[in-house]
Design a protein around this ligand. Structure first.
Ligand SMILES: Nc1ncnc2c1ncn2[C@@H]1O[C@H](COP(=O)(O)OP(=O)(O)OP(=O)(O)O)[C@@H](O)[C@H]1O
Length: 275
């Protein structure tokens, strides 16, 4: 509905780790019902911004609202509205798929009498109904990612937040993860906020994209708007891709590899654990 408050609204959000300004005056609005992509080089501040929205990190400066609720003062209300799939492994290899999702159903207060059905629906929604009673340790990387998706979906969130949901997966597993996300979104109308390094995924699945660099949004629009803007600016007849827009925004930050050692190590850890 047009009068719906935005799913996410950040105004002047800043967050520093010691001297490092991870997020530096971020202004961002995610409209209810859209698939919104947050892109940027390693260390741009995407994960930190997302953690502030989830209330996992406090909001030291600025304002963050989720469907109108203040993340600083209404933490429980915010948490009830969102599902979060972090970069780090959140499934327990020693439990079955069903047990993993049941655990999240309990943590997120899914009413006891609805739990069995809701856990089954979440597993079905990600294509894991047949594998539900196997140990997660036996799952492929793509299945683990879909299990984590089911964990986030079991509370029927209005806002699903995914941090690099397809990193380290092969192209078929990546497509499968996205198809399940898009099917649930079509069925429920939930809003999706996703970070990714894959330009093709952003282009194909995101309604709008924000390109972040050094803790701020540097470009914002639909994939077409972003490429059209760069084409108009270049004016040399070339047809830029989203990757060109990314390079244009991030500039020299990409040439030195982007991010710091810990950013690279973290990304690789994430990739290897699902690979
Ligand atoms: N726990 C932490 N302690 C100290 N510095 C941190 C911590 N987490 C992040 N940073 C720093 O904050 C900045 C932003 O990091 P953040 O993880 O938010 O970026 P990102 O855009 O999500 O990167 P990536 O694409 O690698 O996930 C980086 O310079 C990073 O080194």
């Amino acid at each position: 509905m047009r009068d719906d408050p935005p799913a996410v609204s950040c105004t002047g959000l800043s967050y520093a780790f010691g001297q490092t300004k991870a997020v530096d005056g971020l202004d961002l609005t995610v409209v209810s019902g859209e698939v919104f992509g947050l892109l940027g080089p390693n260390g741009a501040g995407k994960t930190t911004a997302i953690r502030c929205v989830t209330t996992l990190l406090p909001v030291p400066t600025g304002m963050v609202r989720v469907f109108g609720h203040d993340a600083a003062t209404e933490q429980m209300a915010v948490r009830r509205l969102l599902g979060y799939v972090p970069q780090q492994l959140s499934a327990d290899a020693g439990l079955t798929g069903r047990e993993n999702v049941s655990l999240f159903a309990r943590v997120f207060d899914v009413p006891r009498r609805e739990r069995v059905a809701r856990v089954g629906q979440a597993l079905e929604a990600v294509g894991l109904a047949d594998a539900a009673d196997r140990l997660a340790a036996t799952y492929s990387g793509g299945m683990v990612r879909r299990l984590e998706l089911a964990q986030a979906l079991v509370s029927a969130p209005r806002l699903l937040m995914l941090d690099e949901p397809t990193i380290g997966l092969d192209p078929i597993a990546r497509t499968s993860v996205w198809e399940h996300i898009m099917a649930v979104r079509a069925a429920t109308g939930m809003t999706v906020l996703v970070t990714t390094h894959y330009m093709d995924e952003a282009d194909q699945y995101c309604d709008r994209i924000a390109l972040m660099h050094h803790g701020r949004v540097r470009a914002l629009g639909t994939p077409e708007q972003l490429t059209d803007d760069l084409r108009a600016r270049l004016g040399d007849g070339s047809v830029p891709t989203l990757e060109d827009v990314f390079r244009d925004v991030a500039g020299s930050g990409l040439e030195d590899g982007g991010g710091e050692f810990r950013d690279v190590r973290r990304t690789r850890n994430t990739a290897s654990r699902v690979g």
